[in-house]
Design a binder for this molecule. Structure first.
Ligand SMILES: [Zn+2]
Length: 45
């Protein structure tokens, strides 16, 4: 199971949660990154 970290507040979020809603449950940010590998940026229009 992949874990992502919110780019803004640093809250950890699991992949299963992001599949439902790609939003940080803490601050509402849509920018996440995998702590180990690469940055994931998704911009909502
Ligand atoms: Zn956040």
């Amino acid at each position: 199971m992949a874990t992502y970290k919110c780019f803004k507040c640093g809250k950890k979020t699991t992949h299963s949660i992001l599949q439902k809603k790609f939003l940080c449950s803490n601050c509402g940010s849509k920018i996440f990154y995998k702590p180990r590998k690469f940055v994931v940026k998704i911009k909502a229009v």
